[in-house]
Design a protein around this ligand. Structure first.
Ligand SMILES: [Zn+2]
Length: 372
């Protein structure tokens, strides 16, 4: 009798353990997506907030800036996925009951624009504003990648590319490579699936309003200037400037702690950044990463780009060939400035910044030298 009661008790506690575990697994699965798209909220002034994702480069979603006016709200980049936008909207509603009237998109990249659909759903009267180039790009094949990534073939190809990168890191075994592998394997085994889930739900939602060089929205004493300053990370980059509050939102023309070097016009990008640095601003909100409370990082970026341009030009003059340039150019000092020798940051500095930048600079400088 005692034994059977004991057995019964054991059975009950076992099923309880299984049930608790199942609930645990279930809630972990339920929580996974929100956790992936969770943001840190930063109060810049009483009525300007910035939402950022932790770096470096896990489930990349652009920074979101929320400007609260007396009767409405203006958002700059509404999150890079439907779930991210839902989280942002919830957070905005906790701060204010004012409706979002304008959603400004700094450029066409999905990590800044794939949350649009949720804003339209929640705020039917909303206008989505971008540069003309950005809106035109929304209907181009360039924005097919959510569809490609959602399909098995495209997803497998993306996984294969990442696997090749992982293999390279394993073979090279540079100092601290284990940390890089950890980051890449997280991406490989978790982030990619989370992103794919979002892409499957994404409905490309076009801007409804475009401008050419400049547009200004007035709200009481507040001025919100939208500026096309030239080629940045893309041809259609928009900077948003709040002159009274001295806040400048840059999109991916500025990314922290490691910049993006994907611009197809890096020489013009330097000029664009110089125009941006002439604007009166104490707070700089980059496209990704930490908000900056002075212009130091922006100036460091401009100076580094100029130094790299000089080095590439010298290499061309010395007869360095296109296929040798990445190995021959010495960017160690500049790299350390940005990465402080953190192995993961070093990895992304090379992958996202120096390699694409140096390659494009080489081609641009070489072809302009040939024309002379
Ligand atoms: Zn971005």
């Amino acid at each position: 009798m005692v034994n059977s009661r004991k057995k019964k008790g054991l059975k009950i506690s076992l099923s309880l353990t299984i049930l608790i575990n199942l609930i645990g697994i279930y809630s972990f699965a339920q929580n996974r997506i929100p956790e992936y798209f969770e943001y840190e909220m930063l109060k810049i002034t009483d009525s300007v907030y910035v939402f950022t994702r932790p770096m470096p480069f896990r489930v990349v979603q652009g920074n979101v800036t929320v400007i609260i006016n007396k009767k409405d709200v203006i958002v700059v980049d509404g999150g890079g996925s439907p779930d991210a936008a839902k989280i942002i909207i919830k957070k905005i509603k906790k701060i204010t009951s004012n409706p979002v009237r304008y959603l400004i998109i700094t450029h066409w990249h999905g990590d800044h624009a794939f949350g649009n659909q949720e804003f339209v759903k929640e705020y039917p009267g909303i206008e989505i504003i971008s540069s003309r180039f950005t809106r035109d790009y929304f209907v181009s094949p360039g924005l097919q990648y959510p569809v490609t990534f959602s399909q098995d073939k495209g997803f497998k190809e993306a996984l294969d590319r990442l696997d090749n990168l992982i293999k390279e890191v394993e073979i090279n075994k540079e100092s601290g490579y284990e940390k890089v592998l950890e980051n890449l394997n997280q991406k490989r085994n978790h982030d990619f699936y989370a992103i794919r889930g979002q892409y499957k739900k994404t409905i490309i939602t076009m801007p409804t309003c475009v401008f050419e060089d400049r547009m200004t929205i007035y709200r009481g004493g507040r001025e919100i200037s939208l500026l096309s300053l030239g080629f940045g990370d893309t041809q259609g980059d928009v900077f948003v400037h709040l002159p009274k509050e001295k806040i400048l939102i840059t999109g991916d023309a500025v990314v922290n702690p490691v910049p993006y070097g994907f611009s197809s016009e890096p020489l013009e990008w330097i000029q664009t950044l110089k125009k941006a640095s002439d604007l009166d601003a104490d707070v700089i909100v980059p496209g990704h990463g930490k908000v900056q409370y002075n212009k130091q990082y922006l100036i460091k970026l401009i100076e580094s780009l100029e130094a790299i341009q000089v080095k590439v030009k010298e290499a061309i003059d010395n007869g360095v060939k296109s296929e040798e340039i990445i190995d021959k150019i010495d960017l160690r000092n500049i790299e350390t400035e940005f990465t402080q020798q953190d192995p993961v940051l070093q990895f992304y500095f090379r992958l996202y910044f120096s390699k694409p930048l140096v390659t494009t600079l080489y081609d641009k400088l070489k072809s302009s030298a040939l024309k002379q």
